[in-house]
Design a protein around this ligand. Sequence first.
Ligand code: SR1
Ligand code: MG
Length: 400
Amino acid sequence: MADYIAFDNAQALNYIEQLGEFFEPNAQLTCNEFGDGNLNLVFRIADQNGNSIILKQALPYARCVGESWPLTLDRARIEASVLEKHGLVCEQHTAKVLHTNNDLAVTVLEDLGHMAILRGELNQAKTFTRLGTDVATYLATSSFYHSDFYLEPAEKKALVQEFTNPELCSITEELFFDDPYRTSERNNYPAELEADAQRLQQSPQLLRQVAQLKSLFFSAPQSLLHGDVHTGSIFVDQNSTKLIDPEFGFFGPIGFDLGSFIGNLLLNYCAQNGRIKETPKRRQMQSYLLTQIQLCLNDFESIWLTLAAQHTRDLALQAPGYAQQFIEQIIQDALGYAGTELIRRTIGLAHVVDIDGIEDDSTRLQVQKQTLLLGEQLILHAEECENKESAYQLIVSLVQ
Ligand code: SR1
Ligand code: MG
């Protein structure tokens, strides 16, 4: 068993050379660590001909906080295994794993550097027509094939054990459902938002709905989730969409992933109020974002129901109308989780550059007030939405 060390550029390059699998024997390799995420090291190793791969290594702590926040290296195993499982059922939208080493917490991945991270592209008002449909395809396919509708009960239970991810789940449990709703040292917001934060923290109705969402997150192993579907976990170009970084993966409520994605599109929607000054251009971008949310809801439901009609193996779950009823509940859950994503990204520990990148303080503040209000209203009204149409109408009514 190899002892863990955190690589520098030379060690990452040496590791790849020793493997001897990815480049010609005499290739002139270079290596560059460029990770800017919250948790890991990310190296690109390239040869003189432009061939390249990515080596991702988990650190034994959260990179964004430092060694004072220790974190399991097992997340590298989880991440690579989720990618492999999701890749088997949705290859076209899942980053490809080329090699893993659990002792070193290393995963070697295809280099998607010819594509771009969605968050940065949206912040530059770039649009991708396939986005909503592609993410719906990924979420519906990966969640259906890892659910009780498809897996044999014993197989499902074994997988739930294999993907038990307590430390990373605990981060989500605290950052999404605890910190924003009480005083916490990890919360991060300007004094001018104190009254808004207090409003959320003192609303019994909101706290009950958040408790319900957390309870579901704790105890609903519906399927193998990605666990962190924000717009920094999605590579895009005009022809394709690929999901990366499922280190928060576990068996949880399907609506969590769908809601995280919708929540991030809504964060960008609100941020555009402070980013694009010309009204027609801003409206165009915001209308694009709403269209992608609508496409995502519609396609998620129709792909899931088609898969369920053709491939449900459990006898009781084949009951007429049950798959539809199940998905309507997932969509309701997703609205609530979208609301928690809006709130935690505004006043919690981990923000988004969509909003933090707005230079003018008072403009940024207006956007933050909007995301808090939108998040709160989504959580409070999610249960009123009986289907995808009313879910979309709720979103539209709250952003106008
Ligand atoms: C300490 S980790 C903070 C956030 O970064 C990850 O991408 C997850 O979204 C997590 O909540
Ligand atoms: Mg990540």
